[in-house]
Design a binder for this molecule. Structure first.
Ligand SMILES: Nc1ncnc2c1ncn2[C@@H]1O[C@H](COP(=O)(O)OP(=O)(O)O)[C@@H](O)[C@H]1O
Ligand SMILES: [Mg+2]
Length: 316
């Protein structure tokens, strides 16, 4: 690589490592801290009460996975894995496919550091999960893409998923809190059983809207461009933020990805200023679509289905 392209790659990396705070993340942090403090207090007092959970709900690209990862890596006092005591405060994994209870249990065991060596029944696997959660002193279990627990399940299987989640939170010796992150169907899973729903605190990563979030999104673009050492031009003009929000289908994470992609366009062209033209090119590059379907170009951009364009390229 030449010096210049190395520099650009480094700058891009540092942009991708920024975590942008947002309101839903603030709620997540606050609620998690409440549950964590409660659990720590119970452990210190030697009592065990039923644990609670948090459900992080939003569309793909809203930033759920990033937010939970940030939360778990930045909460003071959490021990991810201590080689001496084998303590593992948090166990986090993505729900496997197919999401049979047995396969989910097996994945949980792997995340706990105990991959199965031979075939076991579903019941034995979950007994092992419970045993290792206690041995590792795990406080919270995080299941990402948790809406998959719902997919293709018969009512009977769904009932056993719900029962398993509840029983983890209710285990007398060592109750474990649960964080579920996933898409809208996740709500259905929780609402399937009122007893489960009442144990979960829901946090929604709602869509951005140009009226309420336009100026914040324009500021976000400006602040990223500043971090990249670029000046900005015309990013506060009418409709720019609305176009950006629309191009990202209202999802916070996708807004950031588009901003970063546009900065890369500017840097690669050797431009000193970030302007709407870079966003046109970034969207074109990502979706491969013609200008008539590009929300940064089209006059009637609001009719464009940006999610469908990004999905057709397998980007969502
Ligand atoms: N708070 C954030 N700060 C910076 N980038 C973010 C943030 N949230 C999401 N992103 C970016 O947006 C993209 C999609 O986020 P992700 O967490 O995978 O969404 P989801 O899990 O909801 O589908 C990722 O590339 C991620 O880097
Ligand atoms: Mg995700």
């Amino acid at each position: 690589m030449t010096d210049r392209s190395t520099q650009i790659a480094e700058r891009m990396l540092s942009l991708r490592r920024i975590f942008a705070h947002h309101e839903a993340f603030g709620q997540l942090e606050e609620q998690f801290q409440v549950l964590l403090n409660r659990r720590w207090a119970e452990i210190a007092a030697g009592v065990s009460m039923e644990a609670r959970g948090i459900a992080v709900i939003g569309a793909s690209g809203s930033g759920k996975t990033t937010a939970v990862a940030r939360l778990l890596s930045h909460t003071p006092g959490l021990i991810c894995e201590d080689s001496k005591t084998s303590r593992m405060d948090i166990v986090s994994f993505q729900v496997p496919s197919p999401a049979t209870l047995k396969f989910v249990g097996q994945t949980a065991l792997e995340a706990l550091g105990y991959p199965l060596r031979r075939e076991r029944t579903e019941m034995t696997i979950w007994e092992m999960v419970r045993h290792h959660l206690q041995a590792r002193q795990t406080l919270f279990l995080h299941l990402d893409e948790a809406q998959d627990l719902m997919r293709h399940q018969t009512p009977k299987m769904l009932q056993s998923v719900v029962r398993t989640l509840k029983s983890l939170m209710q285990t007398r010796d060592w109750p474990v809190g649960i964080i579920l992150s996933g898409m809208r169907d996740l709500k259905e899973l929780l609402n399937h059983d009122p007893q489960l729903a009442r144990r979960f605190y829901p946090i929604e990563f709602t869509k951005l809207h140009s009226v309420t979030d336009g100026s914040r999104v324009a500021r976000l673009a400006a602040s990223y461009s500043d971090r990249a050492g670029l000046r900005e031009r015309d990013l506060v003009q009418d409709q720019f933020a609305a176009r950006l929000i629309h191009a990202a289908d209202g999802e916070f994470g996708l807004v950031i990805e588009l901003i970063i992609g546009s900065i890369e366009e500017a840097l690669l062209s050797g431009d000193r200023c970030l302007d709407p033209g870079h966003f046109v090119r970034a969207f074109r590059r990502r979706s491969g679509c013609v200008d008539a379907l590009n929300p940064f170009v089209a006059e009637d951009f609001e009719r464009i289905d940006a999610r469908a364009l990004l999905q057709s390229e397998g980007l969502l």
